[in-house]
Design a protein around this ligand. Structure first.
Ligand SMILES: [Cu+2]
Length: 420
């Protein structure tokens, strides 16, 4: 579904729809963070009727080679029911001039009112960065957006260019079709996300010399069919796969692409829509596995990651499990997500491991689609985190938890590219 660039109506949707978060967290206990909704002039929502909802985020000033600038988390409230079919974004000046895409580090959309497929944390809707400026899925499928639905938006700018930029805005368009506007609605699909490090804490880990692997096992919250899948790894990864933890059957396997220099370029993605998807069942366990072969005699400089993102359709009359606002994992994750702007940036990405382009930002879908990354909702029917991390690395190599921030892919940093 190509995005046709007709003249925007620039119908501003008004302050009531445009809200931002002034994160009022109620401690760090087991209560869900209280989210204070406030008006905020740094986020504007523009509807391009029948085409796209555009978030305009900014302005920020970005000094040459300056530090990453993470904006406070923002909220948008969706103005109507629709199906999302992809996105595209641009960086522009206040005067409308298109600026280099390098000025965006990443932007992540999170739906706090739905959960992930495999884990009880809030739904990762999409992650975009320098490597994926546009993604789309065929018009016959779409991610349902609900009127009044809340979308958390985490934006990080960066300026690796040797030149100052001032008055910089992100223009992010969610491409949509209105529900009930056609003869039939698209088939609903949902994003999902699974990480070898589980769903809380940092997402990168030390990669020792030689062979190592990491895995994580979890159950989906509903029977589903995987329609598209992609992944994200760092240098020296040799394989990323998703398998049935009981039978060992491999549902998806990818070997990362490397360039002449041996650096990771990306993870090939796959789509299964023509086979009606790879079925996964809520009473079965699935394991994500990443393998590394580090040729150095020291730990890999960029550390390691292993994550899968894709889209699923619910099977039969199954229902996505509701999120549990009191689930400790949900609470912890949302707290981490909301407070991320206040925390230190992590080691960032070395720029060598093809981030956005590779990880869940890279969902290829049929019909010439460019792919869309959408993590999905989850599992944990009884509220407790169900997965088990199974790193095979020597113990004691986990980076410090969250605080000093490694990357927070699952949550916050889905697609970021690095500090280069
Ligand atoms: Cu990474």
């Amino acid at each position: 579904m190509l995005f046709s660039r007709s003249a925007p109506s620039r119908a501003l949707l008004g302050g009531a729809l445009i809200v931002a978060l002034s994160a009022g967290l109620t401690g760090c206990g087991s209560e869900a963070p209280a989210v204070t909704v406030d008006s905020d002039e740094s986020l504007t929502l523009i509807d391009h009727p029948g085409e796209a909802l555009e978030f305009v985020i900014g302005p920020v000033d970005l000094p040459a080679d300056g530090p990453h600038i993470r904006l406070p988390m923002q909220w948008a409230k969706l103005p109507f029911d629709a199906y999302m079919h992809g996105f595209e974004w641009e960086i522009r000046s206040g005067g409308g001039e298109v600026l280099p895409a390098d000025l965006l580090h990443h932007v992540n959309l999170i739906d706090p009112d739905n959960r992930e497929l495999f884990t009880p944390i809030s739904r990762r809707v999409l992650a975009a960065g320098r490597e994926n400026q546009r993604e789309s899925i065929p018009g016959v499928i779409g991610f349902p957006l609900e009127e009044g639905g809340r979308m958390l938006i985490a934006t990080m700018f960066g300026n690796p260019l040797g030149e100052d930029y001032a008055d910089v805005y992100l223009h992010f368009k969610l491409k949509y079709s209105r529900a009930d506007e056609g003869l039939i609605n698209p088939m609903a699909v949902y994003p999902f996300y699974l990480d070898v490090m589980g769903f809380d804490g940092v997402k990168d880990f030390e990669v020792p010399p030689g062979h190592s692997e990491r895995s994580y096992t979890a159950r989906p919250g509903v029977d589903a069919r995987i329609l598209g899948i992609g992944g994200h790894v760092h240098d020296y990864a040799t394989e990323l796969r998703l398998e049935d933890a009981t039978s060992g059957e491999v549902l998806w396997r990818a070997e990362p692409e490397v360039n002449e220099a041996g650096r990771m370029v990306g993870v090939p993605s796959s789509k299964f829509i023509l086979q009606l998807g790879k079925k996964i069942y809520k009473d079965r366990e699935y394991r994500i596995v990443v393998e590394y072969e580090n040729p150095l005699d020291v730990p890999a400089p960029d550390m390691g990651m292993g994550a899968i993102g894709g889209v699923v359709a619910i099977m039969g009359d199954g229902e996505w499990p509701p999120y549990d606002p009191n689930d400790p994992a949900y609470v912890l994750d949302l707290n981490n997500t909301i407070t991320a702007p206040d925390r230190m940036e992590g080691h960032g990405h070395g720029g060598s491991h093809g981030h956005g382009a590779s990880t869940m930002d890279d969902m290829e879908m049929p019909a010439g689609g460019e792919g869309m990354e959408m993590p999905a909702a989850g599992d944990a029917t009884d509220g407790a985190p169900e997965g088990e991390a199974e790193g095979t690395e020597p113990a004691g190599h986990h980076p410090e938890p969250e605080k000093g921030g490694g990357h927070e892919h699952g949550g916050e940093e889905g697609s970021g590219q690095g500090d280069g």
